[in-house]
Design a protein. Structure first.
Length: 217
């Protein structure tokens, strides 16, 4: 029988486990920042998250989508949206793509507040920006690949990411430093420029989206 010698590092969790713990810690710090901001502005954390999710959205969003992003029920999201509407931070109107449905936008007052929230949370962006450019790019690509794996199991809510966008053309220039293409701006798209949350994003069909994420993972 083989007996492996013990080392001081035998109890170290796998790299995969430590990656997830690290992401969880970063997420907790971000959430604490959102809560702190929300409390100072007399909002609850869900209302602050909704304002953040509505930021830079020209198309307006549906309540169902908001609920899925927040991992809460539609009724709970609806309560938070109603509170934001009565505070004058969010407005409801007919959806542009379906006259029978309604969608949500930030009001001018809501935009000012989300800008303020973004500044309050800029400590995280500053920390990422302080990393070497190469480390930033590797981290971004690694996170895209992790999200791509999670998307396979359908546990990750929809993103306004290039890989789920109808303008994204995967591997149009295979083997080049900018292998993909954005048909909206008509330009090659290097991997390090892929967007996770793009204001111009328009969803592609589910089959194409799945193929994009699977090719990337
Ligand atoms: S940059 Fe924006 S518009 Fe272009 S493919 Fe990516 S998400 Fe779509």
């Amino acid at each position: 029988m083989d007996i492996k010698p013990e080392t001081p590092w035998d109890g170290t969790p796998d790299i995969s486990a430590r990656i997830i713990v690290a992401i969880g810690r970063v997420s907790s710090v971000m959430r604490a920042g959102v809560w702190e901001f929300a409390t100072a502005e007399s909002l609850n954390p869900t209302q602050a998250e909704i304002l953040h999710l509505l930021r830079d959205r020209t198309q307006g969003v549906r309540l169902t989508w908001l609920a899925s992003q927040l991992s809460v029920s539609k009724a709970s999201a609806s309560d938070s949206v109603s509170a934001l509407v009565s505070k004058g931070l969010v407005r409801k109107a007919r959806a542009q793509d379906d006259g029978r449905a309604s969608a949500l936008w930030l009001t001018a007052q809501g935009e000012v507040l989300t800008e303020k929230m973004s500044k309050a949370l800029s400590f995280a962006d500053d920390a990422a920006a302080a990393l070497e450019r190469k480390v930033q790019e590797e981290l971004l690509i690694g996170l895209f690949k992790l999200i791509a794996q999670l998307q396979k199991g359908e546990r990750f809510p929809a993103l306004r990411a290039c890989l789920s966008c109808r303008f994204f053309e995967a591997n149009r220039f295979p083997g080049s430093p900018a292998p993909h293409h954005c048909a909206l701006v008509k330009a090659p798209l290097p991997i390090s420029f892929l967007r996770i949350d793009c204001a111009e994003h328009q969803p592609t069909d589910p089959v194409n989206e799945r193929q994009n994420w699977e090719a990337f993972a």
